[in-house]
Design a protein around this ligand. Sequence first.
Ligand code: GLU
Length: 287
Amino acid sequence: MTFTTRFAPSPTGPLHLGHAYSAMLAHDMARGQGGRFLMRIDDLDQSRARAEWEDLILDDLRWLGLTWDGPVRRQSDHFDAYQRAIDSLAQATGAVYPCCCKRRDIEAAASAPQEGVPRFGPDGLIYPGTCRARPYADRTPTDALRYNLAATVGPPSRMPAFTETGPAHAGDHEVTAEHLLTQVGDPILARANMAASYNFAVVIDDAETAITHVIRGEDLYEATYLQRFLQWELGLSPPVYHHHRLIRDAAGKRLAKRDDARAIRTYRAEGATPDDIRRMVGLPPQG
Ligand code: GLU
């Protein structure tokens, strides 16, 4: 299978040093393997995505010397596919249910957690299951859709694993029922008024584009357990994962979209070259 990876920014702000590192690392790894590097725009959240940011991000990536294979894929072109995948999962498992709980409802229901049980998962507070009994067909536009883990997770012999090659967690990792139930909680498959959640859409996108290696920041490592479980439930084969270190500012803080000082366009305006950017994040100059 051809080594295939992707860079998948959300068009909600400028490309900053942390994104650029992620893109260049994935690009270098793909080219080093004679593989494919794909570009995807994660614009699920149409209330925040802007075409201007997308244009600027792509322009900065071209300036950095990156080339991608095939056309740019946009999540907003695949809302129907996400919806169909959720429908079939609901039919096959009976475990998808509408959920009307707002954050404050979940906080109230989860305010007395068992000792030692973490309360936060990739979707925020571990969901206490309030809406689990609601039938799928009852969804209203203001409901989210969740997946009933208690009804679907199995014993270790029937649970998936994934391979990680990044520096912090290299090795094979099992996705256990216990991990999902205590650290993830019933995942959101689609938010209210949205076709899919980030975790669900990414699983479909990576499978549809035959991604063999997901290369992305360490901040998404924990979400990998959930994404691998969703692949398993959908019968999709998993990529290999590589979570890289995060680029931090001088004070050790993670870079945020609003850190305009670390935006690639700011460095460009100040006269930096693409190799200067590569040096700043510890990558070798372009060959
Ligand atoms: N769109 C996500 C982000 O901006 C990345 C998705 C992924 O790499 O899985 O962080």
